[in-house]
Ligand binder design. Sequence first.
Ligand code: SAM
Length: 320
Amino acid sequence: MIVDKLGRRFRNLRVSLTAACNYACTYCVPDGKRLMKAQNELPATELLKAVTYLQQAAGIDKLRITGGEPMVTPKFDDFLLGVMELPLSDVSMTTNGQLVLKKLEVIRASGVKRINISLDTLNPLRFKQIARGGDLTTVLKGIDALLELGLKVKINMVPIRTQNASDVVPMLEYCLARGIELRYIELMRMGHLANSNSFQADFMSMTTLLDMIGENYEFERTDAPYDSTAVRFRIPGKGTFGIIANESEPFCTSCTRLRLSSDGYLYGCLSSSRKQYIGDLLNQPSHLALPRLQGILVSALADKQLVFQGEVTVMKLIGG
Ligand code: SAM
C-alpha cells in the first residue's frame, strides 16, 4: 500500500469515460464549445483493465464514473456493466442526467445503487443559460425515474452569485421534498476560472450559503465519513444537505482520490495539472505492468496538495 506522510492513500478512483459532453456549462468551459472527445480515448475494455490494475496496485475499492458526460459515449453500457462485476465496495456515477431516461434499462440491469445528478437551477431559462445544452424537464423526469427504481440520488449544484443565487433555497426545498441530499459545490478555480477576474464576484462561500439557508431552516452540522468531500448538515425532521467547500474548508489533507482520464492519464490531485500516462501498461501482463504502476502511483500521490489552489486543467477532461 502506498501511503504519504499525512496518511493519505488512493482509495477512490474517478474514471472519466469521455471528455465529450452534451452541455457546455458556463463555469466548466469558456466558450460554449461542447461534444469534444479527447484524442485517443481508451475503449471500455482498456478502462476496465486499468481499474483492475489500479485495484491491485493502489488498493482502490471505490469508483465513480464521470466525464465529460459519461452517458454520451457508446462505451457507457459496457463500462458500467463491466465495472459492476469487479470486487469494489462502491460504484457510483456523476451525470448531468440528460440521458438517464434513455439509459434506464442498463442502469437497472447493472445494479448500480447511487447516482449524483448535476443540476444548478429549477428555472428552465436559467438552465439553458448555464448548461448551454439539454432540457430541464428531461432531467427532472430522469430524477423521478431513478427514485422510482429505488436508487439513492444526490444532486450537485454549483451556486454562482450572478447566475443562480436565487435557486439556492428552492433547490434545497425540491431535494428535501424527495428525500434527496443536495450538495452545494463551491465554485472552483478550475480551467478558465483559474485566472478569471469574475471568479470573486461569482463565488459563494459556505458561510454565504449557510446564511441564506438559515433564513429559512434551522440546521446543525452532522457527521461525514473520514474522506468525504462534503461538510454535511441536518435539518431536523426534514433531511440533510452538504457543502463541498473546496475554498472555505478544503478536504485535501484527507483526500483519497485518484483520477483516470478517458485518454489514459492518472491525476493524483485536482489542484495539480501533473499527469502520468498508463495507457501503454494496459497491454502488458500484470507481472510487468504492476511494478511500473506502483512507481507511477508514488509520483501521483506526491502531487497531492495541502490546500486547493485551483488549476488550469479543464474539469470536463478529468471529471469532477
Ligand atoms: N457531466 C457530468 C455532470 O454534469 O455531472 C460529469 C462531469 S462534471 C465536470 C462533474 C461536476 O463538476 C459537476 O457537478 C459540475 O457541476 C462540476 N464542476 C465543473 N466545473 C466546476 C467548477 N469550476 N467549480 C465547481 N464545480 C464544477
